[in-house]
Every structure is written in structure tokens, then in C-alpha cells.
Design a protein around this ligand. Structure first.
Ligand code: ATP
Ligand code: MG
Length: 558
């Protein structure tokens, strides 16, 4: 267990999943005899931690019921999609640990069927070509309190509709000049049912279909058809689609082509404190250069979290702990950090790293002597073994671990007082060497007590503080990046961009880390969990990202 988080201090929600209750009932009552879900991202940006929740839910649900889960790119909008996003999404889903096997689909691959089905609706008198402009359509739609008005084109004959729709497809008309609408009910209390647009004209080539189409189906029409064509049983989506469910059902009912059509089930989207999650807003950060890219270690994208040092297991654990709810709520981002700590506490090798070095000379320690202290690699895991850490006369400690005029409760180093150096000796600070001009502390002169070596049995004199250190002649210089949240919440709860969310330090790490490959995780004593950056760190030029500090600020909700 993470020492900083006593067991039971975090509320977990494992098992409370109303979606699984619904599925249990469906299987019991024979509504379905199998479970087939899908994860349907629109390839208009990189995936974020909210998508991780949906991925875990969809793939996890399929696994639980021995079913299947598809990966489907919801690429019905030709203007926004890019290959870069498709590749990154595949990489992220795999990295999270899920496998779509041979079930990778694109909504665009169903454009032929969608067109044929539109003809069916037209022939049934359930769809019509409308010549109103987008603005007029909006005016005619009415409001929440007022019913809409029928379009003057609503009662066109089937023949005229077929002719116009075919000519729309043939490219005879300008973008925005006509649309195909479902003929439902302009007075419906549900605005989504007031003759929704199901096809629009857009003379834009598509990444999969090229110039074949200049009409494109709308999401509410394309989605149920894509689900049905893939034999999906449970189409899980976020709450904002609840009011679209009648339309989802209308489309499949009117087409009447699928003997066992899918059902849509909505759940609350994940929201996190100090986190902006919409792909659109994240894209703005990238485009304005406020972050290094989609994979900036401060980004809540899966590629950003991966580069920061998060593990797939910690994200899956987080997704499970937040559970699945029917009401929107905001989750404390500290819960995500807690999941990472809990995993790395068990698995990350320990090391010492000094972030803001201050030179310390042990004046009574022989000049040429080096002692190798035998140190456990992970107290939580004896099988991780031990390593030798060199100790010598000149060390670096953390600047903030020394204070010249310290208050009584300062248990670190201060003139005349003793502290223990982790895994080594008790030292006392005798002298403070300062720059005569600026008064800045340049180095500390200390003396050590040779009888207090750690682990030597005689080492049990009590001192309050234990400091980390590295031997100066053995230390490996390293770049160390500390992160704050990319967004801070102001008093009104509005998210504000934090321009000081990264601090780059030049520090030192112990020599056992020499040559560390990129992508390795460590716990630095007293400083938290660190990761050798997968883009910037080289074995001979180490760059560490702080994933999280050691202590959690997580307080469970009362
Ligand atoms: P964004 O606004 O970030 O672009 P989106 O919902 O438009 O989100 P899609 O690519 O359409 O993004 O989403 C793919 C799937 O992921 C959908 O089923 C969607 O409901 C789900 N999803 C997106 N954001 C979240 C979230 N914050 N929490 C849970 N699920 C989410
Ligand atoms: Mg979207």
C-alpha cells in the first residue's frame, strides 16, 4: 500500500455499473444472446482521458460477457478528419491494452448502404429534400416552448424527392442549397425529432472515399446504421445523446431491416478538476503553441499521459474506480494520481535525485575515501534486490533542505543541528559559506559522526530529519521537469490556462541511473515518481518528467 494513502481513504466504485445490470437483464430475458459493443471516436483530434473511460467501458464490457468490441472511426464529417488522428487513436487504444482484432471499421465504408437506406426512407414518405437555407431551417424549427413550422417543401412527391436527392448526389447543387430531412414531427417536444437533417451537401473530398461523394450523412442518421451493420447490441454513449435516442430508434424502426437492432445506453461523461477535455479545446492549445504538441506531458491526452509517465494499468484502474454513473459529476484529478502512485509504489525502483543542488562538504571525512552503501531497490518488493550507492566528502543536497534561520519545527538542516543522510550518516551543520556580495548560500560545511552509519546497529541515535543526497564526484547531471496543472480553477470555477505549468531544473541523480533508457520509472526518495521522457531523454543525457509528487492531495468526498 502507498504509505501516503491509508487503506480506505479513497472511495472506490468497483462493480456499481448500471449498464451491466441492463445487459444482465437483456441476456436473462433473451433480448440478446450475446454482447457486442464498439468504441466510435471521431478522428478529429487525439484521444483524452475521457475517451479512456469509454474505451475501458466498451472493451471491458465486451470482455466481461465474452463478447466483442469494435473500433470504428466515426468519419462522416470530411472537413475535419486527418490520417494523423487515425494513427494516434489506434496507437492509444492498443497502448491502453485493448485489442479490436480484425474489427477495425470506418463509418465512411457504409456510405453506400446509408444512401440506399435514404432512398428507402424517401420511398416510404419518411424523408424529403428541403430547399430552405440553414438559417431558415433554424427559424422554422421553433423553440423549446413553441412548436416548429412545416417547411413549404415538406410535401414534395416521392418522385420529386428521389430525383432531387439523386441530383444532390450527382453534384448538381451548391453546398448548403439543399438537405435531406427525416419527416417526423415539427411539433415534437423533442427538438431532435423536428424533421432532423440527415444528409447535407459538401463538395469536400473524404480521406477514405475521395471524390466519390459530395453528400454526407449526419451523425444521428449514420450512427444507428453503422451500429446495426456491425451487429452491435449495446451502443454505449455519453449523456448528451439521451435526447437523440428517440431518433436513433426511429431510424432503425423505419428502415426495419435489422431483426435484432442495437439499443443505445447513455452514461455520464468523465470530467476532471483542473482539466480541459474537449478535443476542440485541446486542439486550440496545440495550434496556439501553448503546449509542445498533443503529447505534451501536461496534456490530458493519452499520448500526453503516456509521455508524462502514466502506465496503462493505472489509467484502467482509474476508469474502473470512477465507475459508471447516470449523472454528470466532476472527479478529482488527484484520484488519477493516486492510482499511479499505488501502482508505482509496488513496482518503481527507488533512487536519489537532487532537483535544486546545494553543495555540502563533510570536513572531517577523508578526502579520497568513497564508501559504497548497500541500499534496497524497493522496500515494498524485496525481490527487487539492492544496489551500491557511493558516499564521499562532497555531496549535493536539496537547497530547500537547508535554512539558516529556521523556525523550531524545521526538521531539516540548519546551523548547529543534526540530520540523517539517507542510508548514510548523521551530520551536523557547522558553517555556512556565502557569497560575500549577494549573501547567497554557496555551500555548507558539516561534520559527520562515524558511529552512526545506517544499518550498523549503533545507528539508532534519534534525529528528526532524513535528507536525500548524491555524491558530487559520482553524480550524473540530469534535466528534471516539474509540472503543475495546465489549468487552474479561479474562484468562479472557470478554468484558466496556467502559463507556469512546467519548471525545468538542472539537477543530479545517483550514479546507478547512468545510461538509463528512455521510458523508465523511478521513485526519487522524498520527491515523487519520475519517468525518463520517451522523446527527449537519452542514456547519456537524461531528462526526467515528474509524473506525480510523492504525497497525494486527494481527499475523498464526504
Ligand atoms: P470531444 O468533445 O472531446 O471531441 P467527443 O464525444 O466528441 O469528445 P468522440 O470522438 O466522438 O469525442 O468520442 C468517442 C467516444 O468517446 C464517444 O462514445 C464518446 O461518448 C466518448 N467520450 C468522449 N468524451 C468522453 C468523456 N469525457 N467521458 C466519457 N466518454 C467520452
Ligand atoms: Mg466530437
Amino acid at each position: 500500500m502507498d504509505k501516503n494513502n491509508k487503506k480506505g481513504s479513497v472511495e472506490v466504485n468497483i462493480g456499481s455499473n448500471f449498464i451491466h445490470d441492463i445487459i444482465d437483464r437483456h441476456l436473462e430475458e433473451g433480448v440478446y444472446d450475446r454482447v457486442h459493443t464498439r468504441f466510435p471516436p471521431e478522428p478529429n483530434g487525439y484521444l483524452h482521458i475521457g475517451h479512456a473511460k469509454s474505451i475501458c467501458l466498451n472493451f471491458g464490457t465486451a470482455a466481461k460477457y465474452n463478447g466483442l468490441c469494435n473500433l470504428r472511426f466515426d468519419d462522416t464529417n470530411p472537413a475535419k478528419e486527418e490520417m494523423e488522428y487515425i494513427e494516434s487513436i489506434k496507437e492509444d487504444v492498443s497502448w491502453l491494452g485493448f485489442d479490436w482484432e480484425d474489427r477495425l471499421y470506418y463509418a465512411a465504408d457504409y456510405f453506400d448502404e446509408m444512401y440506399e437506406y435514404a432512398l428507402i426512407l424517401i420511398k416510404k414518405g419518411k424523408a424529403y429534400v428541403d430547399d430552405l437555407s440553414a438559417e431558415e431551417i433554424r427559424e422554422y424549427r421553433g423553440t423549446l416552448t413553441e412548436p416548429g413550422k412545416n417547411s413549404p417543401y415538406r410535401d414534395r412527391s416521392v418522385e420529386e424527392n428521389l430525383d432531387l436527392f439523386e441530383r444532390m448526389k450527382a453534384g448538381e447543387f451548391e453546398d448548403g442549397s439543399r438537405v435531406l430531412r427525416a419527416k417526423i414531427d415539427m411539433a415534437s417536444p423533442n427538438m431532435n425529432m423536428r424533421d432532423p437533417v440527415i444528409y447535407r451537401i459538401a463538395h469536400i473530398p473524404h480521406h477514405r472515399t475521395g471524390d466519390k461523394w459530395c453528400i454526407y450523412p449526419m451523425y444521428d442518421y449514420a450512427h444507428p446504421i453503422s451500429d446495426a451493420l456491425e451487429n452491435i447490441t449495446h451502443s454505449i454513449c455519453t449523456l448528451e445523446f439521451e435526447d437523440h435516442r428517440p431518433l436513433y430508434e426511429w431510424v432503425l424502426n423505419e428502415l426495419d431491416l435489422f431483426p435484432n437492432p442495437p439499443v443505445q445506453i447513455e452514461f455520464a461523461r468523465l470530467e476532471l478538476t483542473n482539466t480541459v477535455m474537449s478535443k476542440r479545446k485541446l486542439r486550440v492549445l496545440v495550434e496556439e503553441g501553448k503546449v509542445e504538441g498533443w503529447d505534451d506531458p501536461r496534456m490530458p491526452t493519452l499520448s500526453g499521459l503516456r509521455r508524462r509517465g502514466y502506465t496503462p494499468a493505472s489509467i484502467r484502474d482509474f476508469a474502473e474506480r470512477v465507475g459508471v454513473a447516470k449523472n454528470n459529476s466532476v472527479v478529482d484529478v488527484a484520484l488519477l494520481e493516486h492510482c499511479l502512485r499505488e501502482e508505482l509504489n509496488m513496482t518503481a525502483p527507488r533512487a536519489m535525485g537532487v532537483l535544486n543542488p546545494l553543495k555540502l562538504v563533510i570536513t572531517n571525512y577523508p578526502k579520497d575515501r568513497v564508501e559504497y552503501m548497500e541500499v534496497e531497490n524497493n522496500q515494498s518488493d524485496p525481490s527487487a534486490g539492492t544496489r551500491k550507492v557511493p558516499f564521499s566528502r562532497v555531496l549535493y543536497i536539496e537547497q530547500e533542505d537547508f535554512m539558516e534561520n529556521a523556525p523550531r519545527k524545521f526538521f531539516r538542516l540548519t546551523p548547529g543541528k543534526e540530520v540523517r543522510l539517507k542510508n548514510a550518516y548523521i551530520i551536523r551543520c557547522d558553517d555556512v559559506i556565502k557569497d560575500p556580495e549577494t549573501g547567497k548560500v554557496l555551500e555548507l560545511h558539516c561534520s559527520y559522526d562515524p558511529d552512526t552509519k545506517s544499518g550498523s546497529g549503533s545507528a539508532n541515535r534519534k534525529v528528526r530529519g532524513t535528507l536525500h543526497w548524491v555524491s558530487a564526484q559520482h553524480a550524473i547531471p540530469a534535466t528534471i521537469r516539474l509540472y503543475d496543472y495546465l489549468f487552474l480553477e479561479d474562484e468562479e470555477g472557470e478554468m484558466e490556462y496556467n502559463s507556469e505549468s512546467v519548471k525545468v531544473l538542472k539537477g543530479y541523480v545517483e550514479p546507478s541511473l547512468e545510461g538509463t533508457e528512455a521510458g523508465k520509472r523511478f521513485q526519487f526518495f522524498r520527491q515523487g515518481y519520475f519517468f525518463t521522457d520517451i522523446k527527449d531523454s537519452r542514456p547519456d543525457d537524461l531528462v526526467f518528467n515528474q509524473i506525480v509528487p510523492l504525497k497525494s492531495s486527494y481527499k475523498p468526498n464526504k
